[in-house]
Design a binder for this molecule. Structure first.
Ligand code: PHB
Length: 389
């Protein structure tokens, strides 16, 4: 889907579309440096974010505020913050991009933040989700979600629904620690108990011994946060270790039952309850249009929450350009983004004017089979949740 150009990776179908003569090209090109994991263990994040962006451009054209956007895609492989930083530097200095975007994982977003500040470039975080990220540069805007934002509603739902005793299992890096802390805090405040806290390595995790410990501890539920893509290996082990049969319920943030891989997870996840800002099954006209357009761009993928982070990040840049008459001034562009609200395929969302972070509905969903496929079916929501820090 991507092709290599002398500039690195450029958007395949998107770039062809953008070059078509029918496009309303006026004024100078506005370049966006998009840095994503396109290879390595988190390549699904890169694929989904990129497809979300291309879906937006296909639906809305590529010119905003009189500027035709051109996207320069760079692969940071997902695990090397120094590579992300080098790409950001080169895009800012050599390619003269006017905005940076993407950022698949927290350490990668943190590595690029000082460059956004130095170069005064809007930096749209489309995927990474640790609370602290937006504080690292006044140029950062976030269109993904935050772990505290998604976790608090899950903890409160569990406590309200008779779950008293939970084990937690999180990936041992910043977003996992956010999830662990907020789950424990909210769940214990609501009268529950966390009886076992497990952290699994980010690189090459083997979940089996951790899940054996959960089985031995026999909690009523296991709360899970793992980064997008990891849910396949984890839920497979969850089933193989006999946790469903032992009566341990699976709960978590929606990252574990990521739509990109959910359909292959099998019966062990049916009934699992998770909290998140997006489900491909979200019941709205905007989402139905998005899912259909996304299929046109990426026929073999089901859009997941990473894809809407990309889609809405592209929308944010489009609005920043429209509202500034196509400015190149990073400070003006960021100012134009503050306080913006729109209806996303996920539902209503706002960029908070003070924090520059995303405010959005968090849905409680149950994994169900419908027409032979597995979906996260939303059945409750907490409206307009902010990051609690
Ligand atoms: C992150 O590194 O911030 C991150 C990655 C994947 C997720 C959530 C958060 O699913």
């Amino acid at each position: 889907m991507t092709r290599i150009t002398r500039r690195g990776l450029a958007l395949g179908t998107g770039a062809t579309l953008l070059a078509a003569p029918a496009v309303r090209a006026q004024g100078a090109v506005f370049r966006i440096g998009l840095i994503l994991p396109m290879t390595g263990p988190f390549a699904s994040t890169g694929r989904q974010v990129e497809a979300g962006i291309r879906t937006y451009l296909r639906q809305h054209g590529d010119s905003f505020g009189g500027r035709r956007v051109e996207i320069l895609l760079r692969d940071d492989t997902g695990t090397a913050p120094d590579v992300t930083r080098r790409h950001a530097q080169e895009l800012a200095v050599r390619e003269r991009v006017r905005a940076l975007a993407g950022f698949g994982l927290t350490p990668l977003a943190l590595a690029a933040a000082p460059i956004a500040t130095e170069a005064k470039l809007p930096m749209v975080v489309m995927a990474a989700a640790t609370s602290v990220i937006v504080q690292r540069s006044p140029f950062i805007l976030r269109t993904s979600f935050t772990l505290p934002q998604a976790t608090a509603p899950m903890a409160e739902w569990a406590a309200r629904n008779g779950i008293r005793n939970v084990a937690t299992l999180v990936t041992d890096f910043a977003p996992g620690l956010d999830a662990e802390r907020v789950f424990k805090d909210r769940f214990t405040r609501a009268g529950g108990r966390v009886t076992l806290e497990l952290r699994t390595p980010l690189r090459n995790p083997d979940y089996a011994p951790f899940l054996q410990r959960v089985r031995d501890a026999a909690p009523e539920a296991l709360f899970i946060f793992v980064p997008s893509g990891e849910g396949a290996a984890l839920t497979k082990q969850f089933a193989e270790r006999g946790l469903p049969a032992a009566g341990v319920r699976l709960i978590g943030t929606g990252d574990v039952l990521d739509d990109d891989i959910l359909n292959d997870m099998g019966d062990a996840v049916i009934g699992a309850v998770t909290s998140h800002h997006y489900s491909a099954a979200h019941d709205s006209a905007e989402n139905r249009a998005y899912v259909e357009a996304f299929r046109g761009v990426a026929p073999n993928l089901r859009p997941n929450f990473m894809s809407v982070g990309g889609r809405d990040g592209m929308h944010l840049v489009a609005e920043m350009l429209a509202r500034t008459g196509g400015s190149d001034d990073g400070e003006r562009l960021v100012a134009a983004a503050k306080g913006l609200s729109w209806t996303s395929p996920r539902g209503p969302m706002t960029i908070d004017a003070n924090s520059r972070d995303v405010v959005q509905d968090i849905y409680i969903r149950r994994a169900e089979r419908r027409d032979g496929q597995i979906w996260n079916i939303e059945f409750d929501k907490v409206a307009q949740v902010r990051d609690e820090g």
